[in-house]
Design a protein around this ligand. Structure first.
Ligand code: NOJ
Length: 581
């Protein structure tokens, strides 16, 4: 009872700034939009969410127990990164059985229970399909590698060595090192876009495609609400030829050689026809290498997915490729341009996911803001932008609490396979170990993978055993219990903004228009539906930002992440939403 009262106080406190808007709180969402366009999606990294059995690794039961946390954030779907049986070389993105549950996460019964319990709360479970590659421990690969003539011989991508015995091409895999690995049994190389334990499947083989579609149908029959489709832009391989070396190692990034190769959409149209066309679920493809201008072919009425994760706003520092030590600096207008480009390309046809974090990215408060920023304020800026842009907002676990990056002293402290590869590349490119660690601190995927912090108890309430990755040392202040009792917390702001989104149909159905595109401090945009128009302004800088003369004309403030202050001046890291007449 007490905690309910506290919750209520916190929600009311967050709403105080927009009492004048109470008349629009009851607005209905547009009936023509699908369910997944009117909700937000919560992403769970299943190793790090909540561990019930005390083995240090989260489990499906832990997700089921915390469904109300997700419900309170206004999310109607949960994307769970892979929970299939896996040797976990890449934490589940190396699948050994497409139709099972890894015992470390529980059983199929636990999965069914999760779907049912989530369903009671109007939440649907979204599975991660990893169809570009499997694990090298999958029965298909174990058979394929035995000979050049076995029934699965052509299920993966096998090529002879060059005459000098070297790999068929000079392609560098995304985790570093050659994208080819020699197989003694077959006396051939096999291709892997990622780690050598993740051999690429041969989509040219119709039997392979059929087996993958069959796996997807298996999960649809279990009642899942959609799919996130991993690394899908790499499934079509081009001619196997060397690329221009782009680094000290004489190799050429496989990403630039194979991503989004012509012919890929034929495969994907077939996938859509055979598996999900016309079903009441959503699909979101991970589409590295798809530029905003390609979006009409990928989403919308002629497209293959409902949405794709397009990464131009996430990759601003890595415009030159995926090598961390070659990062470049960027300015706010570039971020705004990138977001605006995908908003525009999906304005009349298609839909986009809105996201600032996932399990492959550093924490957004470190990524998108200057060093030294108050990360709590920065987190509220992101929440305000995320929940007022057009598209389906994706909230990654911990983002709603204002999680920050970790900075562990040695590369040996890191589990993430790509951090190890990138550390090695930095050393090869002449950086000192200290400098190489700086890149790891900034970009490591482990930043996003530390355990969820639920309370101030042992291991932040994540596990009674030793967590597989250390809990962030800020957990006494940053955890769901403490934050849910504090009306000024990041979590309370997420809940307030989620409610604000739900109650303003401009934010789901409205158009998007960028304002002040040249401004280097402020991201400003309008969302308009009929006569109703909301304007978001967010100061991403550590300095006050004066709004241009006349900007405030006709506007009244509904929401502010830092209430009070001057109407025409945004404080550092302040975000507001105005009603515009
Ligand atoms: C993209 C996933 O998001 C990432 O975590 C994984 O390592 C690669 N694909 C390989 O599956």
């Amino acid at each position: 009872m007490l905690s309910f009262a506290k919750k209520l106080i916190s929600v009311l406190a967050g709403m105080m700034v927009f009492v004048s808007a109470s008349a629009v709180l009851a607005a209905e969402s547009d009936a023509s939009l699908k369910w997944w366009q009117k909700t937000s999606v919560y992403q769970i990294y299943p190793k790090s969410f909540a561990d019930i059995n005390g083995d240090g690794i989260s489990d499906l039961q832990g997700i089921t127990e915390h469904l109300d946390h997700i419900k309170d954030l206004g999310c109607g779907a949960i994307w769970i990164t892979p929970v299939y049986p896996s040797p976990m070389v890449d934490n589940g993105y190396d699948i050994a059985d497409y139709k099972g549950i890894d015992p470390s996460y529980g059983t199929m019964k636990d999965f069914d229970k999760l779907v049912a319990e989530a369903g009671k709360r109007n939440i649907r479970i979204v599975m991660d399909l990893v169809f570009n590659h499997s694990s090298d421990q999958h029965a298909w690969f174990r058979e394929s590698k035995q000979s050049r003539t076995n029934p699965k011989a052509d299920w993966y991508i096998w090529r002879d060595a060059k005459p000098d015995g070297s790999a068929p091409t000079n392609w560098r895999g995304i985790f570093g090192g050659s994208a080819w690995t020699w197989c003694e049994e077959r006396q051939q190389y096999y291709l892997h876009t990622f780690a050598s334990q993740q051999p690429d499947l041969n989509w040219e083989n119709p039997e392979v495609r059929k087996a993958l579609y069959d796996a997807a149908l298996f999960w649809l029959n279990k009642g899942v609400g959609g799919f996130r489709i991993d690394a899908i832009t790499y499934i079509k391989k081009p001619e196997f030829r060397d690329g221009k070396p782009d680094g000290e190692d004489g190799m050429s990034s496989i990403h630039f050689m194979t991503a989004n190769t012509p012919g890929i959409l034929d495969f994907l149209h077939e996938f859509k026809r055979e598996v999900y066309e016309g079903k009441d679920i959503f699909t979101v493809g991970e589409a590295n290498g798809v530029a905003p201008e390609d979006l009409p072919k990928w989403v919308g009425s002629q497209g293959v997915f409902d949405m794709v994760f397009e990464f131009s706003h996430m990759n601003l520092a890595l415009k030159n490729g995926e090598i961390w030590c070659r990062y470049t600096k960027w300015k706010l207008p570039e971020l705004k341009n990138a977001l605006t480009a995908s908003q525009k390309m999906t304005a009349n046809n298609g839909w986009c996911p809105v996201f600032f974090e996932n399990h492959d990215q550093p924490r957004c408060v470190n990524h998108f803001f200057p060093q030294g920023a108050d990360t709590r304020k920065a987190a509220k800026v992101i929440a305000t932008v995320l929940l007022t842009l057009r598209g389906t907002p994706f909230i990654y676990e911990g983002q709603e609490l204002g999680y920050t990056n970790v900075a562990w002293p040695s590369i040996d402290n890191y589990n993430d396979i790509s951090s190890h590869g990138q550390y090695k590349i930095a050393l090869e490119e002449g950086f000192t170990p200290e400098q190489a660690m700086k890149f790891v601190h900034y970009f490591s995927r482990d930043n996003a993978r530390t355990p969820m912090q639920w309370n101030t108890g042992l291991n932040a309430g994540f596990s009674s055993g030793k967590p597989w990755l250390p809990v962030h040392d800020d957990y006494l202040a940053v955890n769901t219990l403490t934050e849910s009792e504090d009306p000024g917390s990041v979590l309370s702001w997420y809940k307030t903004m989620a409610e604000f989104r739900r109650s303003h149909k401009e934010l789901t159905e409205g158009s998007y228009e960028e304002l002040l595109p040249e401004d280097e401090q402020v991201f400003a945009f309008a969302r308009t539906s009929g006569k109703r128009r909301l304007v978001t302004v967010a100061n991403f800088s550590l300095r006050e930002a004066k709004l241009p003369d006349g900007f405030m004309k006709g506007k009244s403030i509904l929401m502010s992440s830092e209430p009070g202050g001057d109407a025409t001046v945004l404080r550092p890291l302040e975000a507001r939403v105005y009603r515009d007449k």
